[in-house]
Design a binder for this molecule. Structure first.
Ligand SMILES: Cc1cc2nc3c(=O)[nH]c(=O)nc-3n(C[C@H](O)[C@H](O)[C@H](O)COP(=O)(O)OP(=O)(O)OC[C@H]3O[C@@H](n4cnc5c(N)ncnc54)[C@H](O)[C@@H]3O)c2cc1C
Ligand code: SF4
Ligand code: SF4
Length: 446
């Protein structure tokens, strides 16, 4: 590996290198970061890789420099996504709706993720687990840790819904000589980790890497999280747990146990502009498709979890949890496709906030007539793919070819006519000089 950081940036488009972090990263999660952030691309989710000995590899691994999903899928699964649900959910061998019986107190949902991480240590399948604990003195600021005991993993239960530089701990992995590692993290972190995996195996002698992925969307830098909670709650200081639910509402549990609920349609969008970092608005892997196993909730009914075992190892990890789980069949209701043309129009021209009675009606319709179960997961993933594609096209158009993976266009193809009508351009990417040159060469060869 090159020890010259400058070498890593040689093949970078100068426009990718901003003179500072993207808006959401002006202030970041842990310490004062100005020096740390120097030289990073404009799009950066603070995954931690650039804080580690792998910083010189940034240009080769970072999803915001070049999205390598297709090549990584080929390496991991030996194939690309099939048409149908895999275009949205990623490659998988098994999908289950399950939950811990009983649920783990303090967990985000039922505690499957931390129970699995702890079990890997209990059984000596791994020597350490990278997970996000809580920064002392805060409720929701993440503190990445290299957990060496099951209790340390269990204590990291619950979301710290802010950007967390988990990959910075690769330095500690190297220093401590860990050869069998489990990693719990978000999709962007998993992309960088998978891209760096051959190097970790060759240079650190890493023999096992179990990747437990959580779905992730619309993450924020910690100061922006504090601001967000100030906007949406009547008592932000007393929130102990919150989640964006499958019934189109944000539910916040307070210290005294009461639940505050805000329907998505009632969000003060005018005050939230700029809260989400450009990186998260340019992210195309909501379901964490390069993990061995993804454990989330969005394809499941309320209080259940949605599990996708993607690799053979992922199936083995699910088996390890099975004795503690209860299951129910996957279900699906509603038709997301009917609402998508209207969603595209709203993306193109955001409407003002409707009056309260109309908002109440919309919330009722979303809850009772909207997509549910797997159809909810399909709907929300497609909506985020569209929103993020538009963000890239409007703000970082020149990077589209590098940072938007090919499956996005395949997943959204059923709406290509609606897209063209609404945005006055095709859904398919515009040919670049390079692609035109290549197809010209191919024609000449033929
Ligand atoms: C910002 C964010 C957005 C999410 N959005 C969705 C979504 O839209 N749909 C969906 O299905 N699931 C989403 N999830 C995942 C979901 O909320 C749960 O974390 C997941 O279902 C696991 O629940 P659990 O009870 O099994 O986890 P627990 O056993 O409670 O363990 C939670 C695990 O999450 C890890 N973690 C917490 N915060 C972070 C962080 N900031 N970065 C990296 N790792 C972290 C901890 O290390 C811990 O291991 C999101 C998670 C985050 C952090
Ligand atoms: S996202 Fe990660 S790899 Fe990419 S620039 Fe930021 S810290 Fe580095
Ligand atoms: S939304 Fe995407 S880029 Fe942002 S933290 Fe989550 S996985 Fe990373």
């Amino acid at each position: 590996m090159s020890e010259q950081p400058a070498a890593a940036f040689q093949d970078l488009d100068p426009e990718l290198l901003g003179d500072g972090p993207s808006k959401g990263l002006r202030e970041t999660t842990l310490l004062s970061r100005d020096a740390r952030l120097a030289g990073r691309p404009k799009l950066c989710s603070d995954c931690g890789l650039c804080d580690s000995f792998l910083k010189p590899e940034m240009a080769r691994t970072c999803v915001f420099v070049r999205n390598q999903t297709e090549a990584l899928e080929q390496r991991l699964f030996g194939r690309h996504r099939h048409d149908g649900d895999e275009l949205r959910f990623g490659v998988y061998r098994d999908m289950q709706i399950a939950r811990m019986k009983p649920p783990v107190p303090g967990a985000q949902w039922s505690g499957m993720v931390t129970t699995l991480g702890a079990r890997l240590l209990e059984r000596d399948e791994v020597e350490a687990v990278i997970t996000a604990a809580t920064m002392p003195g805060t409720r929701f600021a993440p503190r990445p840790i290299l957990a060496r005991t099951p209790d340390e993993v269990r204590a990291s239960a619950g979301n710290k819904p802010a950007l967390s530089p988990n990959l910075a701990l690769l330095d500690e992995v190297r220093a401590s000589g860990v050869k069998r590692l489990a990693f719990i993290g978000t999709s962007c972190q998993v992309h960088m980790l998978r891209a760096a995996q051959p190097q970790l195996e060759a240079e650190l002698g890493l023999k096992r890497l179990d990747v437990i992925g959580i779905p992730c969307s619309d993450n924020v830098a910690y100061p922006d999280l504090v601001y967000f909670l100030d906007q949406v709650s009547k008592s932000p200081q007393t929130i102990v747990h919150y989640e964006f639910m499958q019934d189109f509402s944000l539910k916040m549990r307070h210290e005294d146990g009461h639940i505050e609920q805000l329907n998505f349609i009632d969000f003060p969008m005018d005050k939230l502009d700029g809260v989400f970092p450009s990186a998260c608005l340019s992210c195309f892997d909501y379901p964490n498709s390069l993990a061995d196993i993804t454990i989330g909730y969005m394809g499941a009914p309320l209080s259940w979890q949605w599990v996708l075992a993607r690799t053979e190892r992922g199936e083995a990890l699910l088996e390890m949890l099975r004795p503690d789980l209860e299951f129910q069949p996957a279900s699906s209701a509603g038709d997301r496709r009917r609402g998508m043309p209207r969603y595209l129009q709203m993306l193109a021209k955001p409407p003002g906030k409707p009056p309260k009675p109309i908002r109440m009606l919309i919330a009722w319709l979303q809850r009772n007539r909207g997509p549910r179960g797997l159809e909810f997961a399909r709907a929300i993933i497609e909506m985020k793919l569209f929103r993020n594609l538009q963000h890239v096209r409007e703000r970082f158009g020149r990077f589209e070819q590098r940072i938007v993976p090919a499956h996005v266009y395949r997943a959204l193809a059923p709406y290509a006519d609606d897209y063209a009508e609404t945005f006055g351009r095709p859904l398919a990417p515009r040919p670049t000089a390079a692609t035109e040159r290549r197809s010209g060469e191919a024609r000449a060869d033929a």
